[in-house]
Design a protein around this ligand. Structure first.
Ligand code: FAD
Length: 589
């Protein structure tokens, strides 16, 4: 079984020291969220994740969720753990106090999301979509609906789902077939089938609030005719009590490669009563409130799984002895610990430098998200929203692809013991593998970035981002940080040229832009992680004498990232800018 120690020290370093974000610091709402308070929260979070949730990872893998006589049962131990989880208030961490939430910023809840992803992604998924559904209802529903549904969802007594996918429509939601027929009382009756629905049914909560996209009978075809509906498993009476069962049944649950503890359901809607949320035919816009936040959280899933894979690899490489190292002149045994070998060290540093850089980027993105939601100045708010929109596909796709790379590297470090089941490493690889697929595949994220996010109605966001990084590099340059800035500057220039090339191709050769989009996302992502490392380095040099061991570790890890990871950008740029003609002209036989 894997072990896990929540990286509270690194998280607290980010929370305490990377606070030179003026707009974020101006948010009145979070003035009381002091580092002491956050430390207490993270220490308690570490306890529940390490002691109660981590052991459920193996249980869920070996005894997956089941469907018996139409009832979905979660793996053994899930119910007890979930009860404690909601009693301790973890579902309410970032929710509005108006509905019983604790009102913590995303800078804190993102750390909790990471820990929970490390401990057990399957267990996490039972509450994750509830928070997504909460956000969507909170943004788009009437006060009456919010008052009726949100307190129970915040409390964790009711959970939520996101019902988009159908047998013939995954990426292309315009193809959906689920119908909504308006009733004389203003409610709708929904009929159709949704597939792959995470936590579509289970035995952890009293009610499940499905957010379903469907087409009203008088709506146009395609994405312009999609509306969003709230469809509860049990109808909720006016006094908040539960009424009869709605017309929703679980057809089956999927047998999957990973996240086996999570029930992925086929849901059949047969004249199920639904309530429209937000304007008619604008359902996708409303759903995107949920999906955009969810995409960042899926990125964090990749980060969390990477962290536990790294921790176990590090430990194993200090215990496993094989071969003689080239450098260890003092060893007198027959073999050295594998951590002595240069290639194992490279692999560990690759993981560590990516993970810590991603965590810093995620912290910056959480700050931007809060500014985009809460700042009083409209211009600042919009600018933050634009950066969040730019970075959402990047974080989703980069972190989850890196999760695949890192869990694969972890398996390599463990050798045969990684491929066999006992150590739990192959499970991390399997569990992570869904993250580049769901919540919009990573290819779709890359296409979204290139075709929709670089420039939008608010202007040229990518140029603004590049200029912001440039400006910060100029302001913060000094003797110690200069070598790092010089390297990042080189790659920022490459990103600039690649961006001009992509913008030209968007206008003149869409296939070139499409075929370059995955590489483009990686280049922007690596620059963004590099920029986050620069922020970490600034503090590390300035505050060095106060915590030499910690900061030396940071500086050396950053050094690896700048020397060994950032140069991947060269390959991405030259490969992508070779164009697409030879790809599109190829005849597949
Ligand atoms: C375990 C699990 C949990 C899930 N949970 C949920 C959930 O809770 N709610 C929900 O609604 N759905 C859920 N899904 C569905 C998931 O979001 C979809 O599987 C995913 O969006 C991809 O859709 P698809 O599988 O139909 O693939 P397709 O859309 O058929 O895509 C197939 C391939 O074509 C590529 N592709 C598609 N369109 C384009 C394009 N325009 N350009 C280039 N490439 C393209 C894709 O990237 C992919 O590689 C879940 C799926 C799984 C497996």
């Amino acid at each position: 079984m894997t072990t896990y120690t929540a990286p509270v020290e690194d998280m607290m370093f980010l929370y305490e020291k990377l606070r030179n974000n003026k707009s974020y610091n101006e948010l009145e709402k979070y003035k009381d969220v002091t580092p002491d308070l956050v430390k207490n929260i993270l220490e308690e979070a570490a306890k529940i994740n390490q002691n109660i949730i981590l052991p459920l990872a193996k249980v869920g893998d070996e005894q997956p969720a089941t469907l018996e006589n139409g009832v979905v049962r979660t793996p053994p131990g899930y119910k007890e753990a979930y009860k404690k989880y909601i009693e301790d208030g973890w579902t309410s961490l970032s929710c509005d106090p108006k509905y019983g939430g604790q009102g913590m910023p995303k800078t804190v809840s993102a750390f909790f999301d990471e820990m929970l992803s490390s401990a057990s992604l399957s267990f996490k998924l039972y509450s994750e979509l509830s928070i997504g559904a909460y956000n969507c209802i909170n943004h788009h529903a009437t006060n009456e609906v919010k008052d009726k549904y949100l307190p129970k969802m915040v409390e964790g007594k009711w959970s939520g789902t996101m019902c988009l996918t159908e047998p013939i429509c995954g990426t292309d939601l315009g193809l959906l077939k689920t119908k909504a027929v308006e009733q004389s009382d203003g409610t709708y009756k929904l009929s159709g089938q949704k597939i792959f629905i995470t936590s579509g049914d289970h035995d952890l909560t009293e009610n499940i609030i499905h957010l379903v996209i469907a087409r009203s009978t008088d709506s146009p075809s395609g994405t312009r005719g999609i509306s969003l509906f709230l469809v509860p498993k049990y109808i909720v009476n006016d006094d908040g009590s539960l009424g009869p069962r709605n017309g929703i049944s679980t057809g089956s649950i999927e047998s999957k490669m990973g996240i086996k503890g999570s029930a992925t359901c086929v849901l059949n809607f047969d004249d199920a009563v639904g309530y429209m949320i937000g304007p008619k035919n604008k359902g996708l816009n409303s759903m995107f409130t949920m999906m955009n936040l969810e995409r960042i959280v899926v990125g964090i899933q990749g980060l969390g799984i990477s962290e536990i894979a790294y921790q176990n690899s590090l430990m194993y490489s200090k215990e496993r002895k094989q071969g003689k190292s080239n450098n260890n002149k003092t060893s007198n045994g027959s073999a050295d610990f594998i951590i002595e070998h240069a290639d194992i060290r490279r692999s560990l540093l690759n993981m560590k430098s990516i993970i810590e850089g991603e965590r810093a980027l995620c912290f910056w993105l959480s700050q931007q998200t809060e500014v985009s939601l809460n700042h009083e100045n409209k211009k600042i708010k919009q600018e933050a929203a634009d950066f969040v929109s730019l970075m959402t596909p990047v974080v989703k796709a980069l972190f989850t692809d890196m999760g695949s790379e890192i869990t694969s590297e972890a398996m390599q470090i463990f050798g045969g013991y990684g491929y066999t089941k006992d150590q739990g490493i192959e499970q991390l690889y399997r569990d992570n593998r869904i993250t580049p697929i769901y919540e919009g595949t990573n290819s779709v994220q890359a296409i979204d970035l290139v075709f929709r996010k670089l420039v939008n109605k608010n202007g040229d966001i990518i140029d603004r981002y590049i200029n912001m990084v440039k400006k910060e590099m100029e302001i913060n340059n000094n003797e110690k940080i200069a070598p790092f800035i010089a390297i990042l500057d080189t790659y920022l220039e490459k990103l600039s040229s690649f961006t001009s090339w992509v913008k030209d191709k968007i206008q003149n050769s869409k296939d070139d832009a499409n075929a370059a989009s995955n590489d483009y996302l990686k280049v922007l992502g690596l620059v963004a992680v590099g920029y986050s490392w620069l922020k970490v380095l600034q503090v590390s040099f300035e505050d060095y004498d106060n915590n030499k061991i910690f900061y030396e570790d940071k500086i050396q890890t950053a050094n690896f990232f700048f020397q060994r990871v950032l140069p991947r950008i060269d390959a991405h740029c030259s490969s992508a800018m070779s164009g697409s003609r030879y790809i599109m002209d190829f005849k597949f036989n």
